[in-house]
Ligand binder design. Structure first.
Ligand code: EPZ
Length: 416
């Protein structure tokens, strides 16, 4: 349980962690790239530990040395056991890499998680276009490529991040050329492509809507510095915003932050990107954010929606949110209302009427970014907030409690 005594005033600087959503596909890429794969700036997260468990199970040898990860890729196994798959939904991204390297893969449907059902239809139909044969029984999938994988033209009906990554990983060593149209454009896609190309891949257009992959014979491991985590960065910005603080974030990629800056400026914060750092100065009282509609990159990212709602909860005026990516990504709203927030939900829409102050209360983190939103709210609430479900937070934030305590927050993690 995380206990926060608010309101807090923060000051100082933070070095932003490596991106969780880049690390996970890169670890899948290590299955494909023979020999040694070295990743720098790897965040210490439970999701990364889960992914390393999968790699170890597959026969790869993983070792960690202060932020550096070395993976000797020599997989001998193509089945990922249910207990490892259910640990993390995004382990589906191993499917394409294992299939390409081993010629087959056996996995269980990843647990539908708190964000609503998590279908993988786009992943599977794309792999079938590359020549895979998919069989399903009792929630487990056996995917085989009896004649190897061949390049294909794949048009995604939705620019799915995970499906785009799975196709890239499967197509890298396929026979011939693959074109992905309506590909996801998130920065993590370009980070993955940069690594695969360094390993001998031939991927063009990552970050754009159309990606072309020329299949090569094999990939050889290399090294890579994982890009900064833009969602961790926006979480710390929201913490500064709700506490009227001034913080400096180090090691951010300001290009990735652009789609998320508008609500901070609308609410009265001063944001100054500068090189690889970003400074945010918040006013004593926030105004409402105008209109947040989540969209695929370069639109406003769904992962930032919960922490911005915590800001809106104490912003003067009414804020409107439209969540277009996930069916059920308002679990934080119910918990924020327990702290005195005034939020009305209507399907994809949330209407937030700002209140002068939130009150500390016992609340529960239902998913990773819900937990982050509750921590942000607890920092500005009057009195004590107790957050359970902190295992969700540890999936995606490295040392969140310690980092905030170092900035001046009265926050600690206690066993219940
Ligand atoms: C990635 O999830 C991220 N996870 C998510 O971050 C992020 O919210 C999401 O992209 C959107 O940006 C990782 O990178 C590990 P999608 P992913 O496939 O790949 C539907 C976090 O908090 N869909 O782009 O699962 C799906 O149901 C996590 O760090 C299908 O219908 O996202 C959803 O509504 C949460 N069929 C939408 O597309 C499919 O086959 C977006 O999903 C695949 C997806």
């Amino acid at each position: 349980m995380i206990v926060i005594d608010g309101p807090a005033s923060l000051s100082g600087e933070i070095t932003v962690q490596g991106a969780k959503n880049s690390t996970l596909p890169l670890l899948a890429a290590a299955v494909l790239c023979r020999g040694e794969n070295i990743f720098h700036n790897c965040p210490h997260l439970s999701d990364v530990d889960t992914a390393l468990g999968i790699l170890t199970h597959l026969g790869c040898c993983c070792s960690q040395k202060d932020g550096d990860l070395v993976i000797r890729s020599d997989p001998t196994q193509s089945e990922i056991p249910p207990q490892l798959m259910h640990g993390m939904r995004s382990s589906i991204v191993f499917l394409g890499a294992v299939l390409a390297r081993m010629g087959e893969a056996k996995i269980c449907f990843p647990g539908g998680c708190e964000l609503g059902p998590r279908p993988i239809d786009l992943h599977l139909s794309a792999l079938e276009k590359l020549g895979a044969v998919v069989q399903e029984s009792r929630g487990c999938l056996t995917v085989q490529a009896p004649h190897g994988l061949s390049g294909a033209y794949i048009a995604l009906s939705f620019p799915s991040v995970g499906a785009t990554e799975n196709i890239m990983l499967a197509a890298c060593t396929a026979q011939g050329t693959t074109v992905i149209s309506n590909a996801a454009r998130e920065p993590e896609i370009a980070d993955l492509a940069a690594y695969l190309n360094r390993c001998g891949g031939r991927i063009y257009g990552a970050g754009e809507g159309c990606i072309i992959i020329d299949g090569v014979e094999k990939l050889t491991g290399s090294e890579h510095r994982i890009m900064p985590d833009r969602i961790a960065a926006v979480t710390y910005m929201a913490a500064a915003a709700v506490t009227g603080s001034s913080l400096t974030l180090l090691d951010v990629d300001n290009g990735h932050m652009m789609p998320m800056l508008a609500p901070f400026e609308e609410s009265g914060c001063m944001v100054r990107p500068h090189g690889h750092s970003l400074n945010i100065m918040a006013p004593p009282h926030l105004r409402a954010v105008k209109h947040i509609r989540t969209m695929p990159y370069p639109g406003f990212p769904t992962d930032a929606q919960p922490v911005i709602m915590s800001m809106a909860a104490v912003g003067e005026g009414t804020s409107i949110f439209v969540e277009n990516i996930f069916e059920n990504r308002y679990s934080h709203a119910e918990e924020l209302c327990r702290m005195g927030a005034r939020i009305k939900l209507e399907g994809k829409v949330a209407v937030v009427e700002g209140v002068p102050a939130l009150q500390g209360a016992p609340v529960q983190a239902r998913d990773l970014r819900c937990g982050a939103a509750l921590v942000v709210a607890g920092l500005c609430a009057q009195g004590r907030t107790q957050i359970t479900g902190t295992r969700h937070i540890r999936r995606g934030y490295e040392h969140l409690v310690q980092t905030l305590a170092d900035l001046g927050a009265r926050i600690q993690e206690v066993s219940r």
